[in-house]
Ligand binder design. Structure first.
Ligand code: PLP
Length: 456
């Protein structure tokens, strides 16, 4: 590293436009500059080491500094650093990767389409859905339903699909035919006294009413994360999918599972779709496919769509969509090494063991804490919502920024978490062990204790 450590923060503020960052926060107390990582830990330029409770951004599933993935990337970079897949071109490694991914699909899938980010993959999905309905001669069947609090990316269409008003304001979004329905969050959205099942039923009624109002012949697809991540870490209530999937089927609405976070083991099954027994028509994956070692995304295309694409190939001619880095050979090599490691290290079985342990420990230590309103999630995804009054669920005033205070207190103690408002979330590397889970919970409790007096 050639950068002057003393000047790094200032140089950052003068040169780097940060995603999802308030300039006021950056200018006041940022940035936190990381320099290296090994296993579950990252170290900043001043030498402070942190347990990474967020696996980077829900992506470093196998931990940092894995030599097998590093070697695969280095070897492929040396052998063929780039070639594309436009105009019938291909590479040996991209073919092997596509085949390996298809073999791991939760339901039979016909093809994979590669991109470089979760956002571009979901943009691709939207275009595939429209392409499909145009080929079927249903040009009016184009609307897409997503849920409030969903996160599907930050490109123009996908930021609209994302159900976070803060990502719409100032960007003139959503654009296009996008509809939102209530987030499946029992704690915050269910009427007083409603059971989870009753709440799921009410969400099904809302969906039916929306479809009736808009016309089923105008609605193409329903997008969903198995467990919502960036929108507050929300797992679906009991009975949710049993209510929703028959409605989608009845109205010929495609189900798109956004498995950008949940894919490759995070919920203790290889795919989130398997956790919930779902049969998606399209699946979006990214992040964990290379464990964050290389930007890569994957759209899985089921026979339902593929047969239409293939069957109409004379009429369709050129498929006019793609990215320079679709099926990047270095990404494909990184993915192959990652997939191999997930299998060989039995990572998914490991998550099935340690995921429940994380929830158990968090509940044991913080379940009765007066500042904790709800502990939620599934597998190695957990969210802890802090509240001012546990009995009434009253939130802290926004201006108090309690979530951010806890995040900082945790960082001061060597733990990285993420604050989604006052919900603190963890999605650690999938290879985390019980001892490190104990450390995570202990430090997190200490961070809450540290801000308790100030925010009471
Ligand atoms: N979908 C989900 C569920 C995500 O969590 C994310 C990112 O966090 C995305 C899509 C967008 O991925 P990217 O940031 O790689 O564009």
């Amino acid at each position: 590293m050639t950068i002057d450590i003393q000047r790094a923060a200032q140089l950052d503020r003068e040169s780097l436009f940060h995603p999802f960052t308030a300039l006021n926060d950056l200018y006041r107390d940022g940035p936190n500059v990381m320099a290296s990582g090994k296993g579950l830990h990252v170290t900043d330029i001043h030498g402070n080491t942190y347990l990474d409770g967020m696996a980077g951004l829900w992506c470093v599933n196998l931990g940092y500094g894995r030599q097998d993935i590093v070697d695969a990337i280095a070897e492929q970079s040396a052998r063929l650093s780039f070639f594309h897949t436009f105009n019938s071109m291909s590479t040996d490694v991209a073919i092997e990767c596509a085949d390996a991914l298809l073999k791991r699909a939760p339901v039979p899938m016909s093809r994979v389409f590669f991109g470089a980010s979760g956002s571009d993959a979901n943009e691709t999905q939207i275009k595939l859905i429209w392409y499909y309905n145009n080929l079927l001669g249903r040009p009016q069947k184009k609307k897409i339903i997503a849920r409030w609090n969903a996160y599907h990316g930050s490109a123009v269409m996908t930021a609209g699909l994302t159900g976070l008003p803060g990502m719409h304001a100032l960007f003139d979004l959503p654009l296009g035919p996008i509809l939102h329905v209530t987030a499946p969050h029992h704690y915050r959205k269910a009427a007083e006294g409603m059971t989870e099942r009753e709440f799921s039923r009410s969400l099904a009624v809302e969906l039916e009413e929306l479809i009736a109002r808009e016309g089923a012949d105008t609605i193409a697809a329903f997008f969903a994360e198995p467990v919502m991540g960036a929108g507050g870490l929300i797992a679906t209530p009991e009975g949710y999918w049993e209510e929703i999937t028959p409605i989608l089927k009845r109205h010929d609405i495609l189900l798109v599972m956004d498995e950008v976070v949940s894919g490759f083991g995070r919920l203790g099954t290889y795919w989130g779709a398997q956790t919930y027994g779902l049969e998606p028509d399209l699946i979006t994956a990214a992040k964990g496919v290379t464990g964050g070692y290389f930007p890569m995304s994957v759209c899985y295309i089921s026979p339902k769509l593929w047969d239409v694409f293939e069957g109409n190939r004379d009429a369709a001619g050129l498929f006019g969509h793609g990215y320079t880095y679709s099926a990047h050979p270095v990404g494909a090599a990184a993915a192959l090494a990652t997939l191999r490691a997930i299998d060989e290290d039995r990572v998914v079985d490991h998550v099935a063991q340690v995921g429940p342990y994380l929830h158990e420990r968090m509940r044991a230590v913080l379940g009765d804490d007066p500042m904790v309103g709800e502990i939620r999630g599934r597998g190695l995804m957990i969210g802890i919502e802090l509240v001012k009054d546990r009995a009434t669920k009253e939130a802290f005033p926004m201006a108090q920024r309690v979530g951010r205070q806890v995040l900082k207190a945790a960082a001061d103690r060597g733990l990285i978490t993420r604050a989604l408002g006052d919900t603190l979330v963890f999605a650690p590397p999938l290879v985390i062990d019980r001892e490190s889970i104990d450390a995570l919970v202990t430090i997190f409790k200490a961070a809450i204790d540290a801000v308790r007096a100030d925010v009471a």
